[in-house]
Design a protein around this ligand. Structure first.
Ligand code: PLP
Length: 363
C-alpha cells in the first residue's frame, strides 16, 4: 500500500470518546469532541458521535463546514476566536462560537440577523494561561451585547494549558465560576453554560475536585490519543494505539555515525551534534519535515531510533533491530507512533494519505 500513510483506528477512538464523554456526563457536563488534530477527518467525527459526545468543536470554520457537509447533526462549536472578516460564515456554519470582544459579537449579530438565524455565544475569559479571553471587563462586554438581535449569550468559558501551560486547579476553576456568577448578577443574563476547558481538565475532574458548576468541556487529545495532557501519560480507560504513521525504506546502508569532512550548517540552519557510535545500519524512510513533525515520531519497534530528518528523508538507526534479527530491506514499511504535534502536521500534509481502519466488533 502507498506510503506515507496515516492510519486512523476509528473504533478505538469511538471507545475513547465513550470513556471521556462518560466522565464528563458523570459530572453533569456536556462535552464537545474536538478532532482538529486530524483535520476533522469525517470518520473520526463519526467515531466521536458514536462515542456519545454532545457537540463537535473545531478551531477552523473550514473544518466545521466539512463536518456539516458530511452530515453531522449535533451542534457545532467554533473554538478559535472568529475573524471579523468571516462573521457570515461563522453564523452560517457554527451553532456556537467562543468570543472575547464586543466588536466581534456585534458583527455576528449583524450576520445572524441577515441570515435569520440565532447564534449562540460563549464569552471567553482569561484565568491565567494568557492565550484567548477577556482579562477584565467581562461584565461590560455582556452589558454591551445584551439584547443584540440574533445573538444568544449562553455562558462563559476559559482555556488553559495551551500557551502558558497553566494547570486547571480548584482555584482557577472557581474563579471562572465566580466571574460567571458576578456576570449573572450584574447583567441579569441567565448564562447557563460554563465551559471549563480542554483535556487538561480531566485530572481535576477525575479527583472529584472540579467545581460542579462547570458544565461543559471541550475534549480533543484525550479522546484521540488517550493521553493525560499534563504529562502525556496514558489516560486510564482509554487506548493509545489509535493512530499510526507508515513510511517506507528507500535506502538501507551501513555507515559511520559522524559525517566525514568539514561541517557547516545543515539545510535548516542548524549545526548538528554527532556522537561516534561506530558504523551502524541506517534506513532512509520516505518521511520528512514536509510530512510530519519529526521530533514527535517514535518507531513502534523499540530497537529503532530516529537520528534526524531533512525535508524529505528520515534517517533511522536500525543497527540494533538488525542485530536482533529483523530482516529489513528496501521497500519495507516502518510504523511510527505520533505525538500531538506529529499527528497535527501529518494530517495537514498534502503528501500523507489517510487510511481509516475499521475493526470487527469484539464479541
Ligand atoms: C484545541 C482546543 C480544545 C481541545 O484541546 P485538547 O487539549 O486537545 O483537549 C479545547 N478548547 C479550545 C479553545 C481549543 O482550541
Amino acid at each position: 500500500m502507498r506510503t506515507p500513510r496515516l492510519e486512523l483506528y476509528v473504533d478505538r477512538i469511538a471507545d475513547n470518546a465513550a470513556a471521556i464523554a462518560g466522565q464528563c456526563h458523570d459530572h453533569g457536563a456536556t462535552v464537545a469532541g474536538v478532532a482538529k488534530v486530524v483535520c476533522a477527518q469525517p470518520d473520526v467525527l463519526d467515531a466521536m458521535v458514536r462515542g456519545g459526545v454532545d457537540m463537535i468543536g473545531d478551531s477552523r470554520i473550514d473544518n466545521l463546514r466539512r463536518a456539516r457537509a458530511t452530515g453531522i447533526r449535533i451542534p457545532l462549536m467554533l473554538l478559535r476566536i472568529p475573524e471579523p472578516s468571516r462573521a457570515e460564515e461563522v453564523v452560517r456554519i457554527a451553532d456556537i462560537s467562543l468570543n472575547s470582544s464586543a466588536t466581534m459579537i456585534r458583527l455576528l449579530s449583524q450576520a445572524a440577523v441577515a441570515m435569520r438565524v440565532v447564534h449562540k455565544v460563549i464569552l471567553m475569559i482569561d484565568i491565567g494561561d494568557l492565550r484567548e479571553g477577556v482579562w477584565a471587563g467581562a461584565v461590560d462586554i455582556l452589558r454591551q451585547c445584551r439584547g443584540l438581535p440574533g445573538i444568544e449569550l449562553i455562558g462563559l468559558g476559559a482555556n488553559l494549558a495551551c500557551y502558558g501551560g497553566v494547570v486547571p486547579s480548584e482555584t482557577n476553576m472557581r474563579r471562572l465560576v465566580e466571574v460567571t456568577q458576578q456576570c449573572r448578577v450584574e447583567t441579569g443574563l441567565e448564562l447557563p453554560m460554563i465551559s471549563g476547558g480542554n483535556s487538561s481538565a480531566l485530572p481535576l475532574l477525575a479527583t472529584g475536585r472540579m467545581p460542579p458548576e462547570i458544565n461543559n468541556f471541550r475534549m480533543g487529545e484525550s479522546i484521540i490519543l488517550g493521553r493525560n495532557v499534563l504529562d502525556r501519560s496514558p489516560w486510564p480507560g482509554t487506548r493509545q494505539d489509535t493512530v499510526c504513521l507508515y513510511g517506507e525504506i528507500i535506502e538501507l546502508e551501513r555507515k559511520p555515525s559522524v559525517p566525514i569532512g568539514d561541517r557547516g550548517q545543515n539545510a535548516f540552519g542548524e549545526e548538528g551534534h554527532f556522537v561516534d557510535r561506530g558504523t551502524h545500519w541506517r534506513a532512509i524512510v520516505n518521511l520528512g519535515r514536509q510530512d510530519v513533525a519529526v521530533d514527535g515520531l517514535t518507531p513502534l519497534d523499540p530497537a529503532m531510533r530516529v537520528l534526524g530528518a531533512s525535508s524529505d528523508h528520515l534517517i533511522v538507526d536500525v543497527e540494533d533491530a538488525m542485530a536482533a534479527g529483523a530482516r529489513l530491506a528496501v521497500g519495507d514499511e516502518i510504523p511510527f507512533d505520533l505525538n500531538y504535534g506529529a499527528l497535527l502536521a501529518s494530517s495537514t500534509s498534502p503528501y500523507v494519505r489517510t487510511r481509516i481502519v475499521e475493526e470487527p466488533p469484539t464479541a
